[in-house]
Design a protein around this ligand. Structure first.
Ligand code: G3I
Length: 375
């Protein structure tokens, strides 16, 4: 009897469900769904996120993005702290995270003058090593790291920030010792270690006309020598009024014209006043904290918030317009609280540079992008 009653109740509910089908839960289109036929949508993640400790961010990452890059843990000072010692713990965690979540994984960055291991370019007395020694160190560094993640990391920022805003070569230690030759060498070593990996040149302030020309010259030189370079990464560290969309677009088109793809690799936009115009992303820039340049510690005023969302949306419209040349757009951090902008170029400010707010909620621009991409 008891079973007959249960059966009757189940049957009744099934019939009812059939007659009045319950209202379908509205399907949520996320960023990565909306952009899936356009370009990869990536995010830089930190070590708390890669290790799964920051669960609120992990939820946002997994729901919205299909590509990841390590914000810091593959820089030489972290991954190769001493000449005879590599430390792969954090990098392994990062790659595991990307694989577990079926994401396109980018390695950042093989050769960069900044966050460089102190031993890399000098001998025990602190003098520059010879060109031969530096070549050997670069080769070991690149072969070891790229080799370890062969077939797993799909693309590498081989060279980061080697060109100055005026288009000349940055006078880094690498340049002082090897001249401009260190750049093709880095691309050669990376290709030797994983012939299938994509290889990129990555830099900031790319909308400066002189820098644009310098990078075009560099890419052409690499191609003339038959070296593999798949894309130029335009770091999108934007300000409220710089650069203009027009100059940014010119750079995208100029790079594509050389025959490589374009990626927007480090997208964020400060909402704060800049203490210094056009400072790009020069890591060494550092200005003293004053309250006038930290005006919104408790939230952006509505009109500033709207202006920020509109301008970020305009950039995404530009990326969508040129989806044929863009393979990936990557934001430089998950939610506002994670961003390096909170401590650069002034320590201790409250900035609002990313697509998700401090409560890990999407900003209005996220829906604007989804609508634009799916209309
Ligand atoms: O975690 C502490 C934070 O609590 C503290 O307030 C802050 C004060 O300085 O330091 C933080 O540690 C910082 C660390 O990143 C972890 O976030 C270091 O000081 C800082 O030197 C380091 O900054 C990183 C920077 O590269 C230098 O490696 C940023 O996170 C990272 O976003 C930034 O990324 C670079 C790209 O690799 C290349 N392009 C430019 C881009 C922005 O500078």
């Amino acid at each position: 009897m008891k079973y007959r009653t249960i059966f009757a109740v189940m049957l009744a509910s099934l019939l009812l469900a059939g007659c009045h089908s319950a209202p379908k839960q509205e399907e949520k289109i996320t960023l990565k769904d909306a952009l899936k036929d356009k370009f990869l949508i990536g995010v830089a993640i930190n070590t708390d996120q890669a290790a799964g400790r920051d669960t609120a961010s992990v939820r946002v990452i997994v729901e919205n993005f299909n590509a990841v890059v390590a914000e810091n843990c593959m820089k030489s000072e972290v991954i190769h702290p001493e000449e005879d010692r590599y430390d792969f713990i954090l990098a392994d965690q990062f790659v595991d995270f990307g694989e577990r979540n079926d994401m396109y994984i980018t390695g950042h960055t093989l050769i960069w003058h900044s966050q460089l291991s102190p031993w890399f370019c000098v001998d025990e007395e602190g003098n520059n090593v010879s060109p031969e020694v530096l070549k050997e160190r670069m080769q070991n560094h690149i072969h070891t790291i790229v080799g370890r993640y062969k077939g797993r990391i799909k693309g590498w920022d081989v060279m980061n920030e080697a060109i100055e805003d005026d288009g000349s070569y940055r006078q880094s230690k690498f340049y002082q010792i090897l001249g401009e030759e260190y750049i093709p060498l880095a691309f050669q070593y990376a290709h030797e270690a994983d012939p299938d990996a994509e290889l990129y040149y990555n830099d900031y302030s790319m909308a400066h006309p002189e820098k644009r020309e310098g990078v075009v010259r560099l890419v052409n030189q690499l191609k003339e020598r038959g070296l593999r370079i798949d894309a130029v990464g335009i770091q999108g560290h934007l300000q409220k009024d710089f650069p203009t969309l027009e100059e940014f677009e010119k750079s995208m088109l100029a790079f594509a014209e050389t025959g490589v793809k374009v990626m927007i690799t480090e997208l964020d936009m400060t909402a704060l006043p800049s203490p210094f115009r056009n400072v790009g992303a020069e890591v060494s820039a550092n200005f003293e904290y004053t309250q006038e340049i930290d005006p919104y510690p408790h939230g952006l005023p509505a009109e500033m918030d709207k202006a920020w969302n509109d301008r970020m949306n305009d950039f995404f419209k530009l990326f969508l317009k040129h989806a044929d040349i863009i393979t990936r757009v990557t934001v430089w951090g998950v939610a506002d609280e994670d961003s390096w902008r909170n401590y650069w170029p002034v320590e201790g400010r409250t900035d609002y540079p990313l697509l998700f707010d401090r409560d890990h909620q999407p900003k209005p621009v996220v829906n604007m992008i989804i609508e634009e991409a799916t209309k």
